[in-house]
Design a protein around this ligand. Structure first.
Ligand code: 2AM
Ligand code: CA
Length: 263
């Protein structure tokens, strides 16, 4: 299954790149005012579903663009393009994200950023790799030495509590804060130690399922802000483990404060 996944995601990356090569002609439609879906998202997802169903006809599949396809013990969770906005704006920070669960537990994960030529993979209990080489989280412990990523998916949903207060509180404490636009890549960058943590609100399971396994297999933590799994994927905090407590305290304290202007 590992080799099947590796080949599948690489071929899916080629399809995304072929669409990107004629970006001006790629059809883009709006799921909502700011939420985009392109011809490439649909083409990659259809390719993935077709090949998974051909190889494993009894497996279940959940796809971002097409919903659930029923099946048994194994479940594939796919995001054909994570970071569709980056794709549309010709930025390199988009990825294909594929996770495989067995009996409800993550078992295999792959995230491929085709423009950058980077394939992150993990198998439960066997560690994580980048282009076949083992990776591990960073050992930075002081926030002022840390670079982190976050995102603003929450702003598209008019939530009462969004990420802006959290960003305002954390940015001054860090060496750097980045918004790359692909939650799957954010988790992989924690996994390989480029960043030391990442947090975000209101993601979907297909954005994070593969990256979570990759980050945890590389020695990181992936939980909700309080350190539990229950709040995922609406709250996510991925860390190198060392900065977890401090980040969890800051995020929980600020996020649990009543929003301004409330009685
Ligand atoms: P997508 O590109 O697959 O939609 C970036 O912050 C992350 O947020 C990406 O993983 C992106 O996934 C996701 N995202 C973008 N728009 C979103 C929305 N309206 N609701 C939830 N997540 C969204
Ligand atoms: Ca997507």
């Amino acid at each position: 299954m590992y080799n099947f996944l590796k080949q599948l995601i690489t071929e899916a990356g080629d399809i995304a790149l072929a669409h990107k090569a004629r970006l001006a002609d790629v059809q883009v439609t709006r799921k909502s005012e700011k939420d985009l879906v392109t011809e490439a998202d649909v083409a990659v997802e259809n390719f993935l579903i077709e090949h998974i169903q051909q190889q494993y006809p009894d497996h279940a599949i959940v796809g971002e663009e097409s919903g659930s396809h029923a099946g048994a013990d194994y479940r594939w969770i796919i995001d054909p393009i994570d970071g569709t906005t980056s794709f549309v704006h010709d930025l390199p920070f988009f990825s294909i994200s594929i996770a495989l669960e067995k009996s409800g537990e993550p078992f295999l994960g792959a995230v491929y950023a085709p423009v950058l030529g980077e394939l992150f993979m993990a198998e439960k209990g066997k560690g994580a790799t980048l282009n076949g080489n083992p990776i591990r989280v960073s050992d930075r412990s002081v926030l002022s030495d840390c670079v982190m990523t976050t995102g603003l998916a929450c702003l598209r949903q008019n939530l009462e509590r969004n990420n802006l207060p959290l960003m305002a509180a954390l940015a001054p404490k860090l060496r750097g804060l980045r918004i790359l636009g692909s939650a799957a890549m954010d988790l992989c960058y924690v996994a390989c130690g480029r960043t030391d943590a990442s947090w975000e609100l209101n993601l979907n399971i297909h954005d994070i399922a593969a990256g979570m396994l990759i980050a945890t297999e590389a020695g990181g933590t992936v939980t909700d802000f309080s350190g539990q799994p229950e709040g995922l994927p609406k709250q996510i905090l991925a860390t190198n483990g060392i900065v977890f407590s401090e980040m969890s305290n800051i995020l929980s304290t600020i996020h649990n404060q009543p929003p301004e202007n409330s009685p």
